[in-house]
Write a protein that binds this ligand. Structure first.
Ligand code: ZN
Length: 311
């Protein structure tokens, strides 16, 4: 069987203050912190993972919090919006909650026949809550304040802003197996039928817009999901045949990754389902301790001294 991309795996963005980032995603949005680790390439920086109970692919938003990072700038060559699926009728709850927590948001609007509510995280990262036209039966993580009737279900869409969509669309369709679902003016919605949810990528073409700057409040990369190493390596071969320059497979402890910059300038990753977040701590305790990859474990005391405490 042809190796397939199974929708989104995770999205990684850049934050400033670690505590503020943790508070926003776990308390205001009500996500579970499924892993507290370090940036494997810069272990003096945290890497936070927020998602559902198990950190299912298609629910995971991750951050590198870099204290005192300058603000990024939205523009072309960037993933500019991250859309979460929410239940119908939940917007009143979310708008009241955003008012109570001083969160900036716009009044609800509609695109591709779906209602959405745009808001900003404390670093200015643009997010959306979207009421999906198609059923989303994923079980949400809930908290005492964010119940199952309103909680986010995981990703619905990620939007890429591009100077030109053609070459990016070619990767999505020819390598990833996505199809154009709808187009409205300069917005193109691509989808895969390999999965039911986290299956959309929107491409927005804005030739006149300035180039993005990736820094605080920006998406660093988006990761697409594959079942296993074999599928990942097969897709890597297809990318090479397309003239892309994918990295070798890299072990990220919780998944195996291949990265490449797509022709529109956005950093893409392919990430495997295996081995998952319970590889180094039990399900009930996910995210409660600082987990270090084995290459950095000998430096634990030193790293714990430089990483800001999180409560
Ligand atoms: Zn990643």
């Amino acid at each position: 069987m042809e190796p397939r991309i199974l929708g989104l795996h995770h999205v990684t963005a850049i934050a400033g203050n670690a505590q503020r980032n943790y508070d926003f995603y776990t308390k205001v949005l009500g996500l579970r912190m499924v892993k507290k680790t370090v940036n494997f390439d810069d272990p003096g920086t945290y890497h936070f993972y927020f998602g559902d109970e198990t950190g299912s692919a298609g629910t995971i938003l991750t951050f590198f919090p870099w204290t005192n990072i300058t603000a990024g700038r939205r523009g072309t060559g960037q993933a500019t919006e991250i859309g979460y699926s929410v239940p119908e009728g939940s917007f009143d709850f979310w708008m009241k909650r955003f008012d109570a927590h001083g969160v900036t948001y716009n009044k609800p609007s509609t695109k591709f026949g779906e209602q959405y509510l745009t808001f900003l995280d404390p670093d200015g990262l643009k997010l959306e809550l979207i009421v999906s036209k198609t059923a989303d039966t994923r079980t949400p993580w809930t908290t005492p304040e964010v119940g199952a009737d309103v909680a986010t279900r995981g990703f619905h869409t990620v939007t890429l802003t591009l100077a030109s969509v053609a070459a990016t669309a070619d990767i999505l369709t020819d390598v990833f197996g996505y199809k154009l679902l709808e187009q409205h003016v300069n917005r193109y919605r691509y989808t895969t039928d390999a999965v039911q949810t986290a299956a959309y990528i929107d491409l927005v073409e804005v030739p006149g817009e300035g180039r993005s700057l990736t820094a605080g409040g920006s998406v660093h990369h988006i990761a697409f999901r594959v079942k296993d190493d074999e599928a990942e390596l097969a897709i890597r071969q297809k990318l090479l045949a397309k003239g892309m320059q994918p990295t070798p497979q890299i072990d990220r402890d919780y998944f195996h990754s291949v990265y490449f910059r797509e022709p529109g300038g956005v950093l893409f990753e392919i990430a495997t389902d295996n081995p998952g977040f319970t590889v180094d701590e039990p399900l009930a305790e996910l995210g409660t301790r600082l987990m270090l990859p084995k290459q950095h474990e000998p430096r634990r005391a030193q790293l714990e001294a430089v990483l800001p405490p999180i409560s």
